[in-house]
Design a protein around this ligand. Sequence first.
Ligand code: SF4
Ligand code: SF4
Length: 100
Amino acid sequence: MALDKKVKLFTVLLSGFRHRWFVYFRSRYTIRSLLSRKGKCLACGRCCLLNIPWCRYLNNNKCQLGKRKPFFCKIFPIDKKDKILSGVSEECGYYWEERE
Ligand code: SF4
Ligand code: SF4
């Protein structure tokens, strides 16, 4: 496997692990961060395509479930780092305002 593919795989695994860790074990931080999240999902499908391309609900880069998508999908991204590690920092419609 080429080095860039290995790095990509590692980043995806790390991002998935981090996301779950924060949801299950840092719930206060996660809730605070989600409450300060701005913007909305643009339904670009990029997060799913990059991180869970095998999902059976992903069709033509769109989630077929729409607003009925699972809770775990709804709370992505939990923070700015979640976006960066998942490779959607530019495309994603969610954002956090910088602290002054
Ligand atoms: S259920 Fe929808 S939002 Fe969740 S991973 Fe699958 S395609 Fe993406
Ligand atoms: S990358 Fe962001 S805007 Fe695009 S589908 Fe995922 S959560 Fe929605």
